[in-house]
Design a protein around this ligand. Structure first.
Ligand SMILES: Cc1cc2nc3c(=O)[nH]c(=O)nc-3n(C[C@H](O)[C@H](O)[C@H](O)COP(=O)(O)OP(=O)(O)OC[C@H]3O[C@@H](n4cnc5c(N)ncnc54)[C@H](O)[C@@H]3O)c2cc1C
Length: 448
């Protein structure tokens, strides 16, 4: 019997995925007969996963999901679009195929939260009241906070960003185009706010470097990475390994730099050199030094925060470092809003110290659903989220450094006997062939 290469890889990745799932299986709750109206805001990774758990466990469910977009995006695939490993169409699915059958979809946007009155206001359908609210509208990317660029002008002046779907496609084309240039200076940046998939800016830098190497053009390009923080990644075991990789591959790393503006016509990027580096704590001070860097290709990361209707609501965090993004205040273990205990918050919008990834949502959703059902039944919420997040950093075509950690930078490796600071082909197989099926057929269905 012959087996195609793609099938072989998919089966292999499914095997690794099986280990991942088995390692992290939860069973916090059984079916409940409690009745209440639940409104879920946001039908992305977190909202749909919650809808799946809740509609499965509640016998008399009355669940509404408010989501404006007809097409759901598998965002972790954006990096692989830019790497020309996924086609752009591979990351898209109709939203209606993903929302559980028993859940009512209101195709609309929430524009206001009224937690004291237990309703949300939508753009087209007015007020929708609830007994319990699940807040999962993701995060907003504030492209305009970097002077000289907007989401609409991505690609102009060879400025790119894979955090945007069209941006990832343009970035793919720009990387390929490099091989037709004689030489060049490539500049990559991250940002000062908490961001979704903090590994993505590093992935695109390393992929570009590897692409040039594969095409025998590496020596014609100077590559620099400007980091806001004073390390490439936390926990240190991953940050140190990444620094070694950058050193081995001749990529310059400049810490404590924040991108403030870009002149796309002159191809110049202006960075502020920072004194104090804690994420989100650095004020934009006039007294601080500015440096201008010439570039031929710039990949930048926009500052990120909660969507405006969350930032402007009583749920927004107003003190400490998380106040910069206006993230939603939530208990980091139970995922319950401390001032409004009928509100559960998860996904990128949640103001926890956890890293914002789909992998985090896979661990948050069963906790959030179990605790919501406990509250509905008048019981104490006992399930706890340990801050687990995973970031598969593609270090080259065929290798991934799998970073898995929780609160307080605790290492939480799925396979504890493997050295975590080693890039591996098996994690590449999981990233390219396993995680997307696990996302659609496992996580979004509330099965893992
Ligand atoms: C380039 C990139 C690479 C990534 N790589 C990885 C990776 O390798 N591994 C990993 O685990 N994660 C990765 N992620 C992160 C992951 O995709 C996100 O953490 C995850 O999608 C967050 O889910 P969410 O539901 O909180 O937000 P989203 O998935 O963004 O969904 C939010 C939903 O809310 C809706 N919404 C917004 N505003 C409103 C409103 N006003 N009213 C109603 N609905 C609203 C939106 O339309 C959207 O559908 C990556 C992300 C990017 C962009």
């Amino acid at each position: 019997m012959t087996i195609s290469r793609r099938k072989f890889l998919t089966v292999g990745a499914a095997g690794i995925g099986g280990i991942v799932v088995a390692e992290r299986a939860y069973d916090f709750f059984s079916e409940s007969k409690v009745k209440a109206k639940i409104v879920i805001v946001g039908g992305g990774a977190a909202g749909i996963t919650m809808a799946a758990y809740l509609s499965d466990k509640l016998r008399y469910d009355d669940i509404v999901i408010v989501e404006p977009n007809e097409i759901h995006h598998y965002q972790p695939g954006y990096t692989l679009i830019a790497a020309d490993v996924f086609s752009p169409e591979e990351v898209l699915k109709p939203t209606e195929n993903l929302i559980p059958r028993k859940v009512k979809w209101v195709k609309d946007s929430v524009v206001e939260l009224a937690p004291d009155q237990n309703y949300v206001v939508t753009a087209q359908n007015g007020k929708i009241s609830y007994d319990f609210l699940v807040l999962a509208p993701g995060c907003q990317m504030d492209f305009n906070q970097v002077e000289g660029v907007t989401k609409e002008t991505l690609g102009e002046g060879n400025v790119h960003c894979i955090y945007d779907y069209q941006g990832a496609i343009k970035c793919r084309d720009a990387i390929k185009e490099l091989t037709s240039q004689k030489e060049g200076r490539l500049v990559f940046t991250d940002t000062y706010t908490k961001l979704k998939c903090g590994g993505a800016p590093k992935k695109i830098c390393l992929i570009t470097e590897d692409y040039l190497k594969d095409n025998n053009r590496r020596n014609d390009f100077v590559i620099d990475y400007y980091a806001n923080a004073e390390e490439l990644m936390k926990p240190a075991v991953y940050g140190n390994r990444l620094q070694e990789i950058y050193d081995e591959r001749g990529i310059g790393v400049h810490y404590k730099h924040r991108l403030v503006s870009v002149d796309t016509a002159a191809k110049k990027a202006v960075f502020q050199v920072l004194e104090k580096t804690t994420q989100g704590e650095v004020p934009l001070g006039e007294e601080q030094e500015l440096v201008t860097v010439d570039y031929d290709l710039l990949h930048f990361t926009p500052p990120m925060g909660a969507p405006a209707f969350v930032k402007n609501s009583p749920l927004a965090i107003t003190t400490g470092s998380l106040r910069h993004g206006g993230w939603a205040k939530v208990d980091q273990e139970t995922l319950i809003q401390p001032d409004y205990p009928n509100i559960i918050i998860l996904g990128d919008v949640a103001g926890t110290p956890a890293s914002k990834t789909g992998a985090a949502i896979r661990m948050q959703a069963p906790v959030a659903a179990a605790n919501l059902i406990s509250i509905m039944e008048g019981k104490e919420p006992v399930a706890k989220y340990d801050g687990y997040s995973a970031c598969p950093i593609v270090t080259e075509y065929g290798k991934v450094l799998m970073c898995e950690f929780g609160y307080d930078d605790k290492l939480l490796p799925t396979i504890p006997w493997l050295d975590p600071a080693v890039e591996r082909g098996m994690w590449w197989m999981l990233k390219v062939h396993g995680l997307q099926p696990m996302y659609y057929h496992g996580m979004l269905k509330g099965l893992m």
